[in-house]
Design a protein around this ligand. Structure first.
Ligand code: ADP
Ligand code: MG
Length: 575
């Protein structure tokens, strides 16, 4: 697949720079972070709305920043959540003293990272709230609305929140308006062809000739079912029927209506489809209010569309209709803050923190060397397996697991090598660097896990028993943060059996390298077992039975990491 880019690894960075260069009259870069903020923001005494998520969805999220809409957007790599550190920096930059509302689509990776940032901001005395967007009808049944993914409904929820903040509502009010908008919003999508990540040759899923995917996600997550390919009238029927069948309680007859193209659908096709949608809505007694037809929340170059309705009462309609001006959307006359943009203190070349070399103050101890070597070997193993991990993740997720792990582990190696100390401090700083660079659910989880290992190892030279204890406690941390149990088809299914056998083995034989080798087969079997499981955590859990039949990517990468660490341990033992 041909793409206009320089290097997939710098795609996000170069994209933000070009975006800010083009739209400096609306917004500027958040200094030192992968985000943008509206020109003139934060406004003293006004609530700010920070939106965000992975890249690959333009105009979501950066294109929705400007007066009357979001005050800022923080973005990760393609389809990967921004790290907790990035969200934290953007939230702080946007605080005008009246607090910040975080709003984004409901994905495990985003929730982990935004929640971590929210906690840090609150600990620092800021008022920060969260409203998740959960509009995707296909992703969870009625009655479990709060578990649904956020898709194109993002647009309406962000617009309403931004308008409430712009008219001067306090944080309670802005939060309430956003919740109300989300409660009244429903979406459903179909795909004719999957999307391809920059730098890869194959799409994340393929759709057979004569078929289409119904209810797919906006990150290349395959649909919840496959259907025969239908003409526009048939597609419109599926979309309208599904959305109307899920209408919220007390839905009136007025609704904002959006027919959203997913990236490679022509506007002309969308209009043909909208003709049918409009007719069907009219027949069902729904009065479309200011319909939008076009690309609002895309999925790279996916072919297909989604239909979103936000049922309106007078208050929601007022906020929906309020003026706004952003790079991708304009309504009514809005004055942009004069002289903003190009001249604003844009720090386009702000250094990424993870890459900042730390002065070498002292030497690595013996255990510090082993820990660093384990990370180096893990990084090599992940690089060799990057494509395979991506393929496993594409089966039921978004295909980014290999890329995220490689980014994270490279940063971890750099951080580990940047200073001295024992295994504990080496892993503590490696974990922080990992989550900063990897993004996604696994960025937050692996990062927290590696940091927790480091913290429980402490500053001394650990014995085999100490290492086992550290693994036990880091596993607990991982489960506390992610909420996964064994059997949920996650990295836990490789790690948990490993830790249990390691504990037994260390009791019988205090040689850590031996105990490690004895425990590895349990992790390997754990990975194999995930193929028969149905995912209950993370993005793939939305696919239900369709997630069965493939090994879990996070479990597969966990085994690679553990095996690589075992090699470093065995090598250290050689005279
Ligand atoms: P994302 O889902 O954000 O794209 P990745 O693709 O990098 O993140 O990682 C997906 C992996 O993360 C899954 O295969 C699974 O092993 C792991 N994972 C997801 N959610 C959880 C969770 N709550 N607890 C433990 N592991 C999880
Ligand atoms: Mg993924």
């Amino acid at each position: 697949m041909k793409r206009m880019l320089n290097d997939p690894a710098t795609f996000r960075e170069e994209m933000i720079e070009g975006f800010v260069a083009a739209y400096g009259r609306y917004l500027r870069r958040v200094p030192g972070a992968s985000g943008v903020m509206a020109a003139g923001s934060p406004v003293r005494g006004k609530v700010s709305v920070l939106i965000g998520g992975g890249s690959g969805h333009y105009p979501a999220f950066c294109g929705m920043v400007g007066p009357g809409f979001a005050d800022g957007a923080v973005i990760g790599d393609i389809f990967a959540s921004p790290s907790g550190e990035q969200v934290y920096r953007c939230t702080k930059a946007l605080d005008g003293g009246a607090g910040v509302l975080l709003s984004y689509g409901n994905y495990a990776g985003d929730v982990l990272n935004f929640d971590a940032a929210q906690e840090r901001c609150r600990a620092g005395g800021m008022d920060v709230r969260t409203v998740l967007v959960t509009d995707d009808v296909a992703s969870s049944p009625k009655g479990k609305e709060s578990e649904r993914r956020g898709v194109a409904g993002d647009f309406y929820v962000f617009k309403v929140a931004g308008a409430a903040a712009a008219r001067g509502d306090d944080l309670d009010g802005v939060e309430e308006a956003a919740r109300k908008a989300n409660a009244g919003t429903r979406s459903m999508g179909i795909a004719l062809a999957g999307c391809t990540l920059p730098g890869q040759s194959e799409p994340l899923f393929t759709v057979e000739e004569g078929r289409m995917e119904v209810g797919m996600g906006v990150h290349g997550e395959p649909g919840v079912r496959s259907s025969e390919f239908l003409p526009a009238s048939g597609i419109a029927e599926i979309l309208v029927e599904t959305v109307l069948a899920d209408a919220p309680e007390n839905a009136g007859s007025r609704a904002a209506v959006m027919l959203n193209g997913l990236g490679s659908t022509t506007y002309e096709e969308l209009f043909v489809l909208f003709r049918e949608v409009n007719r069907l809505l009219g027949e069902s007694g729904v009065e479309p209010h200011e319909p939008l037809v076009g690309e609002l929340v895309t999925s790279l170059d996916m072919a297909g569309c989604s239909l979103t309705l936000m049922w309106l009462d007078d208050e929601l309609q007022e906020l929906h209709d309020a003026p706004a001006a952003t790079p991708a959307f304009a309504r009514g006359g809005v004055d942009l803050p004069g002289g903003a943009g190009g001249e604003a203190p844009v720090s386009a070349a702000a250094p990424a923190v993870a890459g900042t070399p730390v002065a070498v103050t002292d030497e690595l101890t013996e255990s510090g060397v082993v820990a660093r070597d384990a990370l180096v070997r893990a990084s090599e193993a992940l690089e060799a397996a990057e494509e395979e991990l991506g393929r496993l993740d594409a089966a039921a997720g978004d295909g980014d697991h290999g890329a995220g792990m490689v980014r994270g582990m490279r940063a971890a190696v750099e951080a580990a090598s940047g200073a001295g100390g024992a295994a504990g401090p080496v892993l503590a700083r490696a974990g922080a660097a990992f989550s900063e660079s990897a993004g996604g659910a696994s960025g937050a989880l692996y990062g927290a896990w590696i940091s927790a290992l480091g913290q429980s190892l402490g500053d001394g030279e650990p014995e085999a028993e100490d290492v086992y204890r550290a693994f036990e406690s880091a596993l607990e941390t991982l489960q506390r943060i992610g909420g996964a149990e064994p059997g949920d088809k996650t990295m836990i299914d490789a790690l948990d059996p490993f830790v249990r056998v390691l504990g037994e083995a260390v009791k019988d034989n205090p040689s850590l390298p031996d105990a490690w080798q004895a425990a590895l087969p349990a992790a390997e079997k754990g990975v194999e077992d995930t193929a028969g499981m149905v995912s209950r955590r993370g993005r793939s859990s939305k696919l239900g039975e369709r997630s069965r039949g493939h090994k879990d990517p996070g479990a597969a990468s966990m085994y690679l990491v553990l095996r690589a660490a075992g090699e470093a341990l065995s090598e250290a033992r050689q005279p």
